[in-house]
Design a protein around this ligand. Sequence first.
Ligand code: NAD
Length: 484
Amino acid sequence: MVSRVIPVEDFDLVIFGGTGDLARRKILPGLFRRYHSGQMPPGARIIGAARAAIDRKGYQKEVAAALEEFVPKGARSAETVKGFLESLDYVTIDATGDGGWKKLAGMLRANVVHAFYFSVAPSLFGALAERLHEHGCAGPSCRIVVEKPFGRDLESAQALNRTLRDHFDESQIYRIDHYLGKETVQNLMAVRFSNVLFEPLWNAQYIDHVQITVAETVGVDGRGAYYDKSGAMRDMVQNHLMQLLCLTAMEPPSRFDPDAVRDEKLKVIRALEPVDPEDIVRGQYTHPDKGMSYLEQVDDPDSITESYIAMKLAISNWRWAGVPFYLRTGKRLKARYSEIAIVFKDAPHSIFGQAQGRHRNVLTIRLQPNEGMDLFVTIKEPGPGGMRLVDVPLDMTFADALGPEVEDVPDAYERLIMDVIRGNQTLFMRGDEVEAAWTWTDPLIKGWTGRGDRPYLYESGSTGPEEAAMLLHSEGRRWREIRP
Ligand code: NAD
C-alpha cells in the first residue's frame, strides 16, 4: 500500500493538562506514534503545561514512563523514544493566575502553527482562553482543542461557546469527539458516498431499522462521583452515539469539507423527533460482589442516574420516515462491543416458502473490537438436503483485508491532533451542532429527572435490562447479539 499521507507543517503544540490522565494515556502516546512512523515534521515541538512544579527533564521522565506504559513494545524503539522526548518542553502554569504565562509566551516560535490543547477540567476553559489572549498567544491563526464534556446541558454549552468565541473564531475551535477519529467511522462515509451499491438502498424503502450499540464491560469504578452527575445519556448518547447516528443518516454532503459535512449532520439532529418516555429504557448495574454495584460505587445511594440507556428514535424527513433508529449503550455489559447495524427489509416475496424463515441483509460497521464491516447475505446452505437458506457474512476485517500496513493506521487521537495541525475541522463538532444535540437531549433528561423515574436494574455481565428487549420485541424485531 503506497502511503499518501498529507504532510503536516511545523508546529508548537501546547498541552494544558500535559501531566494528566488523558495526556498520558492518549495524547502523548498518539503523538509518539506519529513521530515513530516518521510523520511528524522535524521541527515539531510539544510543550506540556500543567500545575506540577517540574522542569523539562522531569517532564521528559514522566512522558518516557507514560510511553512505556501505553505504547506497546513493538511500536517503539529506544531511538524514536529518545528523539520524541527531545521534542518536548514543559512550563509550570496556573490557568487561573499569572504564573508561567510569560514564560510560555516566550517559548512559542514565530511562523509555525500554534495549537493549544485544553486537556483540563472544562471549568478552566474560560480562564485558559482569557490568559492566552492577555498574553498575546491567541493570534488569528492559532487553534484550540477542547475535550468533552462540552457542557452538561444547553445553557452551559451555550455559555462555554460564548466564552470561547469571545477570544477565538469558530474556525479556530476544535471540539473533540474521538469517535469521529475512528477509522471505521470515517469508513462509513467512504462506503456510503463512494460506492453505488449502498446509497440507492439507504432509505426507508429498503431499510427496516438501524441499531447503534456501544457496549462497555467496565463500570464506573473510581469515577463514580463524576459519572453520577452525568449518566449514559450525557456521557455517551449526546455526543458519541449522536455522531454515529448523524453519519449514518445524513444526506450526502456536496464535498468532504468541514462545513458541508457538519451542515448535513446538523440537519439530522434538527430532524429528530422528541422521544416518547415509553421509548426510553434506563438501567443501573447490580453485582453479586459487595461494592461493585452501581449504587455502591457512587456517592448517592438513591441515585437515579443511568449506567445504561436504550431508546427508539425517529428522524422526520423523507429519507427516514417510519424507520426506527434504536440506540443503546451501557457499562458492565457482557462484552466490549460497538457497532452500527443497518438491517434491510425482507425480500418482497420469498420463492422458497415460509418454512425457510425470515432472512434479511444486514450491514454492520464494527467499531470495536477488530474494526471492520460485515455484509450478511442469504445463500443456500451447502450440501444435500434441499434448498435451505442461511445468512453468512461477507467479512471485511480491515487488518485481514489490508495487510500489515493497517497496523500503522493512526488511532483516533493521533489522527485528530494531526487534523488540528493541518487546520481541517471536518472531524470536529461545530458549536451549533453541539447546541442542537443538547436542545434535543435536555427535555428528555428533565423529563425523567422531574418524574423521578428509577432506572431498571440489570446484572453485571448481562446485555442490559430485560425491558430494553421489549422496545424491539413489541415490534417484532430483536437486538443484535452483543458478542465478546
Ligand atoms: P486529570 O485530573 O488527570 O489531569 C488534569 C490536568 O490539569 C493535570 O495536568 C493538572 O496539572 C492540570 N491542571 C489542573 N488545574 C490546573 C490549573 N489551575 N492550571 C493549570 N493546570 C491545571 O484530568 P484528565 O483525566 O486528564 O482529563 C482532562 C480533560 O479531558 C477533562 O476535561 C476531561 O473531562 C477530559 N477527558 C478525559 C478523558 C480521560 O480518559 N481521562 C476522556 C475524555 C475526556
